[in-house]
Design a protein around this ligand. Structure first.
Ligand code: SF4
Length: 111
């Protein structure tokens, strides 16, 4: 059985899909904002040397750390440029600040 799809239905579907793109972006931002911030005293956070400010990393304990390394340019960071905080693949259910850092840091391609 062949079902014809009208041009009107295609245009209408495209408009609905197009309207959903900003809504989805807003939902992702809202989800990140709703996540509780990662507590640096959390056992896992502590074991990975997590700090909320990359400028406060203990250089003696983390000799490979560089001041340019921060959550915002880490491959595990789920936020986009300009986000103050976002989710992290390592610390599920929590947000981390864009300027944070931990031992798992790895350069995000293109960041
Ligand atoms: S894994 Fe990356 S984004 Fe997550 S806390 Fe560590 S440095 Fe930040």
């Amino acid at each position: 059985m062949e079902k014809k799809i009208s041009r009107r239905a295609i245009v209408k579907g495209g408009l609905v899909a197009g309207a959903m793109v900003p809504v989805m972006g807003w939902l992702v931002d809202a989800r990140a904002a709703a996540m509780p911030p990662l507590d640096p005293s959390d056992a896992t956070a502590k074991s990975l040397g997590f700090v909320t400010d990359t400028g406060k990393v203990d250089g003696a304990a983390n000799p490979t750390h560089k001041a340019t390394q921060k959550c915002a340019n880490c491959v595990q960071y789920q936020g986009k440029a300009g986000d103050a905080a976002a989710g992290c693949n390592i610390f599920a259910g929590h947000s981390v600040p864009a300027n944070g850092w931990c031992k798992v840091w790895a350069q995000k391609p293109g960041a």
